[in-house]
Design a protein around this ligand. Structure first.
Ligand code: HEM
Length: 458
């Protein structure tokens, strides 16, 4: 006999519509995970979704022999903007393999090391901006970190300097916000309402983003370049398996996909700044390490792998911020077999085609794995302590075949930016009692976290 999967009581006809705030879905899911534990379900408009929030059950869902990415809900909605791109392609779509084989070589650790100087240059621009501000000025760190991220993504992958760290905010940032918020909200609204009232926002954002990408392509066509970067690969390389290249429209799809994926990194860094403010001991240890490893000389790519404590600090930030808050899974279909799928050694049963979502706010803070799971302790993310953790609590970059293709880029960006900020900037919380609350769409960020910044006092 299996155990029923807990479900909030809900209301007649509408089910659990009111248990999930469409303006802050992930915070609602975190709250439900805290109440119901390792597994729970909701039913909205007749659709059942099962959520998994423990390390042990997440481990099971990460078994690629049994489960795969579920492309549904918001992921399908954002296909309006990027069609069958890497992030949104259904399992059966050939386009995924073609794009993956063309793009992945541009995102290997070696390829990323080649972009170290450009990432550092962008990070230094932000540091100079923050060091030059009135020390009493209130800033929302995320705003500038979003600019930095778009700047670094566009420069490293597409060879274009936007000059948007100091200049006006680039329209891509609002367009990414508008398209991803719409993608999350549309499945929670009646179709007619989406079409009649809300269609314009997604359309406008899509136009802005695709125009941005088309401009990058045009620029490269018009200005000969010897850069063999991601844009070059998208425009020229062929998938060695099928011999196919990306079509013009697919190049635009993939260019637009990259900053959307990448925009998770500034969310993590904004939370990381907060964790450092709340944990001065961790800040002091990171500074000691950075001063010992880099000292007063230039920061080089060789230093990155020597900054063990900073690496632990970045991992602990990824664990606790859940900047990418979860991912969708479904059982791999078995033709002719519609028997239920068993979880937890038969403790739970779900339908053969049940959509499941891993809620990292539960998985990453599972008390069965972490002593004081809410405490920020970089030490547990270093060396053997880190190696011994179950794989399922390290899934901040997703899982298996559909794991984040940008994870090495993200790692270098997080390491470089966190190192520079710790090395050169002093932060002060505007509200010393601020407690992390997050909202967001495909990624989550601290709400109304303000700080003051000034050059590090030595
Ligand atoms: C802290 C930073 C980042 C985090 C935490 C993160 C997290 C994730 C996660 C969890 C997935 C899996 C989504 C799913 O299963 O539906 C994913 C996929 C993806 N990410 Fe990232 N990401 C980050 C940065 C980046 C960057 C920098 C890029 C691009 C340069 C990127 C591009 C992508 C793409 C294209 C996919 C889809 C891959 C596929 O399905 O083949 N991400 N990311």
């Amino acid at each position: 006999m299996s155990t029923p999967i807990p479900q909030p009581p809900g209301v007649p006809l509408l089910g659990n519509l009111f248990d999930v705030d469409p303006n802050n879905t992930w915070w609602s899911l975190k709250t439900l995970a805290e109440k119901y534990g390792e597994i729970f379900q909701i039913k909205v408009f007749g659709h059942r979704i099962v959520f998994v929030a423990s390390a042990a059950l997440a481990e099971e869902l990460c078994d690629q022999k049994r489960f795969r990415k579920y492309v549904g809900g918001p992921v399908v909605e954002i296909r309006y903007t990027v069609h069958d791109s890497l992030f949104t392609a259904f399992d059966h779509e050939e386009s995924w393999g073609v794009a993956h084989h063309i793009i992945a070589p541009q995102l290997t650790p070696d390829a990323i090391t080649g972009h170290f100087g450009e990432v550092l240059q962008c990070a230094e621009e932000l540091v100079a901006k923050w060091q030059g501000l009135d020390p009493e000025k209130r800033i929302r760190p995320l705003d500038d970190l979003n600019r930095l991220n778009l700047e670094a993504t566009t420069l490293t992958l597409f060879g274009k300097k936007l000059n948007s760290i100091n200049g006006p905010e680039h329209p891509m940032i609002q367009a990414m916000e508008d398209s991803t918020s719409e993608a999350i909200k549309r499945p929670t609204r009646p179709k007619l309402l989406n079409w009649l009232v809300h269609g314009g926002k997604l359309k406008k954002a899509t136009k802005t983003m695709r125009a941005f990408a088309a401009e990058l392509v045009k620029d490269r066509q018009e200005h000969a370049s010897d850069r063999h970067d991601m844009l070059w690969a998208m425009m020229n390389a062929k998938d060695p398996e099928t011999g196919k290249a990306l079509t013009e429209s697919q190049v635009i799809d993939e260019i637009v996909t990259m900053p959307i994926g990448s925009s998770t990194a500034p969310c993590a860094i904004a939370a990381g700044i907060l964790f450092l403010l709340q944990n001065p001991d961790a800040l002091a240890k990171a500074r000691d390490e950075i001063d010992a490893v880099i000292g007063d000389g230039p920061f080089t790519s060789e230093h990155v792998s020597q900054l063990h404590y900073v690496a632990g600090l970045v991992r602990e930030t990824l664990r606790l911020s859940c900047a990418a808050p979860g991912f969708n899974i479904e059982p791999i279909p078995k033709p002719g077999d519609e028997s239920p799928v068993l979880l937890g050694g038969g403790k739970y049963q779900v339908a053969h085609n049940q959509a499941l979502i891993l809620v990292l706010a539960g998985v990453n803070r599972d008390p069965a794995v972490f002593d004081e799971p809410l405490a920020f302790r970089p030490e547990r993310m270093v060396g053997e302590a880190f190696e011994q953790l179950p794989a399922s609590v390290k899934k901040w970059f997703g899982n298996g075949k559909r794991e984040c293709i940008g994870k090495h880029w993200a790692w270098e960006f997080l390491m470089v930016v966190m190192t520079k900020l710790i090395q050169d900037v002093d932060f002060e919380a505007v509200d010393p009692n601020y407690q992390l609350k997050q909202d967001g769409w495909f990624n989550i960020r601290p709400i109304d976290f303000f700080a003051k910044v000034k050059p590090r006092s030595r």
